[in-house]
Design a protein around this ligand. Structure first.
Ligand code: XIL
Length: 320
């Protein structure tokens, strides 16, 4: 019986991976399992590369948390996804408070993205790094989210961020990333059109990151078709933050449904050649973000709070 990263690679994918938040690294059994390459060939820092942490003060960069995760990944021979350059949430307050002009905000994006992408440049650490260059830029109805970036710069900010990231590290893969874009809908249409436009303008864009924060029994039925249309546009697809939450308490029936739901998602990725990898948003319910963000919900991950494998684990294995 093989393990999740091994099975993903046998299916032709680059990795199966997990997110991790730095404080959990002091939990030794947790860290040991995270470091097991057979299950995880990739890791993502779930908080410490966000703007509020990396550049809390203008021009003062703090890579302590990110470097800790990069070092761990390097020891474990794991790939890394960088999360994230430009995002309205967990943004350093000074970016909004400054009421910057278009010119100045452009410079701020260039300095921020350029510095962090350069810091983790692939030929320095010899690890392939992906970057979520822009995160959560659209509303569910497909309109642009009215962030400080959009309000000040219009859609020009995508181009600014992508170009500076490419320059900072020509080898890293550049992604746009969002939730509720797993299946065909207005929001994934908006990304489809934006990526098409960026490609036509020769703006560097390598991939579409589909977060995959899903709800038990409600996995979209059009994931494969959606992924395929992005592949046909000429970008990779990565599932970047997969978890499938349920209303608590947990029952054996819900765990069986969760197993099926994970199987459905993994099978869709497997079926589309350019779906290159899957990351779960942490691997154990012990450290999932779900209970603190969605009232009454939880148990979203393939390992339970005692780091024991749940049926979902075997669903993922089966689908690969
Ligand atoms: C979440 C983290 O997991 C939490 O610890 C934090 O409090 C809030 O953010 N979409 C994203 C991720 O792109 O960065 C979010 O991560 C989950 C939703």
């Amino acid at each position: 019986f093989a393990q999740l990263n091994v099975l993903a690679k046998l299916a032709g994918k680059q990795y199966f991976g997990s997110a991790v938040d730095n404080p959990a690294l002091s939990d030794v059994p947790y860290r040991r399992q995270l470091s097991n390459w057979l299950d995880f060939g990739q890791i993502t820092a779930s908080n410490t590369l966000k703007w509020e942490t990396v550049e809390a003060q203008r021009g003062v960069f703090n890579f302590t948390g990110g470097d800790e995760i990069l070092a761990l990944a390097k020891r474990n021979k794991q790939l890394v996804r960088g999360h994230t350059c430009v995002w309205h949430s967990q943004l350093a307050p000074w970016v909004e408070a400054g009421n910057f002009s278009a010119k100045e905000l452009t410079k701020i994006i260039e300095d921020h993205c350029g510095t962090i992408v350069r810091h983790y440049r692939g030929d320095i650490c010899k690890q392939q790094v992906h970057w979520d260059v822009v995160n959560e830029a659209f509303e569910d109805d497909g309109t642009f989210r009215q962030t400080v970036f959009y309000k000040t710069l219009g859609k020009q900010y995508f181009e600014t961020a992508l170009r500076v990231a490419r320059k900072a590290d020509p080898k890293t893969k550049l992604y746009l990333n969002d939730y509720n874009v797993e299946g065909l809908n207005a929001k994934s249409d908006a990304y489809y059109n934006l990526i098409k436009e960026l490609k036509a303008k020769k703006v560097p864009i390598d991939g579409f990151g589909v977060q995959g924060h899903l709800i038990l029994g409600r996995v979209p039925t059009t994931i494969k078709e959606n992924f395929q249309r992005f592949a046909d546009l000429g970008v990779d697809i990565a599932i970047t933050e997969l978890d499938i939450r349920m209303e608590l308490p947990v029952t054996p029936e819900k765990l069986e449904q969760q197993k099926k739901d994970y199987e459905t998602v993994i099978a869709a990725c497997k079926a589309v050649k350019r779906c290159i990898g899957v990351t779960i948003w942490d691997y154990t319910d012990k450290y999932s973000w779900v209970p603190s963000w969605f009232e009454g919900e939880g148990a979203a991950l393939p390992w339970d709070e005692d780091l024991k494998k749940k049926p979902a684990y075997y669903g993922i294995a089966k689908a690969w």
